[in-house]
Design a protein. Structure first.
Ligand code: NZQ
Ligand code: ZN
Length: 381
């Protein structure tokens, strides 16, 4: 097991009716900016609950943080924070709203432009404190430091790291209104988060392995229930907690991580506008196949423990595991081939060109270069 430091300070407030607790958790003496996406919260009753809980607080609303939050929009919120002397931020919505808010919070306390801050972490100079009401289980953003920010002008999409949310409120009832496609993408995103932290080497941490397999097995079990009935509170609660546990550091203690699938997926989103979770299910089977030698033992362990694959040669077991994984993604109603999404050779060539130019090396062994990225993409056409 590798050395590690673990500290996750986010207070997680989970369950029915918990939005009302905002009144207890928010600072009464601070000016608050409440950030929203495009309006889903007005259709599902979340906005009314937030407004009721915020009675008596000094707050401003900022609307319009779009999916794959754009720095061009976030800069406007930074201006509001600086002009109005905002001291605390509350994001209400999906991962994009919260990710955008993480950047707003950091960019509001420095001179540097928000995109400069994304490109150059050394410009980070602290943050305004922020919290969330998360209405879409997927990113784990509610309990991690990460944010993924897009630039409309340059067509780029990069990660940015701030501190953790002070608190996050998760009421599974808020997910009842999610479009089924977002649910499918959220289940897929959660699945792949765990895989990025799991599908590397064997015997590094037996505890983390079991923990990761536990989250994935839970997803496999709950996915059909969630897809059959989105008003099933217990199923949605299980899915929601799985998403948080998939990317809050709990399955990452002392183990190497991969993240190649995400890095390639971000480029597909940046260049072709494909939704995040959808990009991941296209890419992951390709990474598993192309990296089968390096990851083979772990793929076999995964296949045995999660899909019950116990027969055949090592190569046959790897093939069967990749097939079962892809079948699970298809059972969510998602496409698993680039051609199905209309992503063609031109986009793939640009992705390969970007990785070549940047000299990026992906994966747990930092050995996935642009040539291997090209192989992955070719395999997924
Ligand atoms: O904008 P509104 O109107 O609120 O609608 C949203 C949006 O259109 C809607 N939605 C959210 N909650 C809803 C709802 N509709 C009905 N009922 C609800 N309860 O769903 C649409 C998608 O929302 P978005 O926030 O974009 O989705 P998600 O949470 O999947 O976030 C995706 C973004 O997160 C990044 C992705 O790259 C992408 O930019 N990620 C962030 C991570 C992190 N912070 O750690 C890690 C992930 O790997 C991921 O990269
Ligand atoms: Zn993700």
């Amino acid at each position: 097991m590798n050395n590690f430091v673990f500290q996750n300070p986010t207070k997680l407030i989970f369950g029915k009716g918990q939005i009302a607790r905002l009144a207890k958790e928010l600072p009464r003496d601070k000016k608050i900016l409440v950030t929203f996406g495009g309006g889903s919260v007005k259709k599902n009753g979340v906005y009314e609950q937030v407004v009721a809980a915020l009675e008596g607080f000094d707050y401003i609303e900022f609307w319009g943080i779009e999916p794959n939050p754009k720095v061009e929009t976030l800069r406007k919120a930074v201006d509001v924070c600086k002009r109005e002397g905002v001291e605390f931020l509350l994001a209400v919505g999906g991962g994009s709203t919260l990710d955008g808010t993480k950047l707003i919070a950091a960019a509001s306390v420095v001179e540097a432009d928000a995109w400069e801050l994304v490109l150059n972490p050394s410009l980070y100079g602290g943050t305004l404190p922020f919290a969330s009401i998360m209405t879409l289980p997927a990113t784990g953003s509610e309990m991690n430091r990460g944010a993924v920010i897009s630039n409309l002008t340059t067509g780029e999409k990069y990660s940015f790291y701030n501190t953790y949310p002070v608190f996050s409120i998760l009421d599974p009832e808020t997910t009842f209104s999610l479009p089924p496609f977002q649910v499918a993408c959220g289940l897929a995103d959660t699945f792949v988060h765990v895989m990025e932290q799991y599908l590397t080497i064997t015997d590094c941490s037996p505890l983390m392995d079991r923990w990761a397999e536990g989250v994935v097995q839970t997803l496999v079990e709950v996915a059909p229930k969630v897809r059959a009935n989105q008003q099933d509170y217990d199923a949605m609660a299980t899915y929601m907690l799985s998403a948080t546990m998939g990317l809050n550091g709990f399955v990452a203690m002392g183990v190497p991580q991969d993240w190649a699938t995400h890095m390639i997926g971000h480029e597909i989103t940046a260049l072709a506008g494909i939704t995040h979770g959808q990009t991941l299910v296209v890419v992951l089977p390709g990474v598993m196949d192309v990296m089968r030698e390096q990851k083979g033992d772990k793929i076999v362990q995964f296949g045995q423990r999660v899909w019950g694959i116990t027969e055949g040669t090592k190569d046959e077991r790897i093939d069967a595991t990749i097939r079962s994984t892809e079948e699970f993604f298809r059972s969510l109603g998602l496409a698993t081939r680039l051609s199905e999404l209309g992503v063609g050779e031109d986009v793939c060539a640009e992705i390969v060109r970007r990785f070549r130019e940047r000299g990026t090396l992906l994966g747990e062994a930092s050995n996935i270069d642009y040539r291997l990225v090209e192989q992955v993409l070719r395999q997924r056409m």
